[in-house]
Design a protein around this ligand. Structure first.
Ligand code: HEC
Length: 156
């Protein structure tokens, strides 16, 4: 009886293996099969595309500075001295393109990094914001200043 059960177990194991691997698929783990059958291959492609879309969706906001947020940071922290891209303390050193080019060190090398550096460290009558703003706030406000300077501060 026990001996007769052996081929039966073997056959059912084989059947379930074939059933699991489907149309020419070699199961690697529960999610990914290496497949040659059309249907499974399509499913694999769909899953991969979804995964890529998900990755892009998660990753891109980390790279792009948030201009809206930068605008809010500007209103709350900078506008007292720099309303409309001007400078109430030292009128020559405003935030218009010509002033940034003339007075902001390293501006030519990297626009937003130079603005962020001045916001972080401060200079003369301009206070440092290193303690007050997060790194992200500073990146966003620098992007906002750069974009407004490019627009001539017309749409503030
Ligand atoms: C208390 C007034 C004050 C505040 C608040 C202030 N700044 Fe300034 N800012 C200045 C002064 C003064 C200068 C000129 C510094 C110098 O070179 O002597 C300046 C210069 C700059 C410059 C270089 C432009 C140039 O023409 O030299 C940038 C960029 C800048 N500020 C951005 C900001 C940003 C962004 C904020 C807000 C996070 C801010 N500032 C807040 C007073 C201020």
């Amino acid at each position: 009886m026990a001996v007769a059960a052996v081929p039966l177990i073997l056959v059912s194991a084989l059947i379930s293996l074939r059933y699991q691997s489907g149309s020419g698929c070699i199961p690697i783990d529960n999610i990914v099969d290496v497949c040659f059958g059309k249907i499974k291959m399509k499913r694999l492609i769909t899953i991969s595309l979804l995964f890529i879309a998900l990755m892009l969706g998660c990753v891109s906001p980390a790279f792009a500075a948030d201009l809206d947020h930068g605008g809010k940071i500007f209103s709350a922290n900078c506008a007292a001295c720099h309303l409309g891209g001007n400078n109430v303390v030292d009128s020559a050193k405003g935030l218009r393109k010509e002033a940034l080019v003339s007075f902001l060190s390293s501006y030519e090398e990297d626009h937003e990094a130079a603005i962020a550096a001045q916001v972080t460290s401060g200079k003369n009558a301009m206070p440092s914001f290193a303690e007050k703003l997060s790194r992200e706030d500073i990146v966003d406000v620098a992007a906002y200043v750069e974009s407004m300077a490019n627009k001539g501060w017309s749409a503030s």
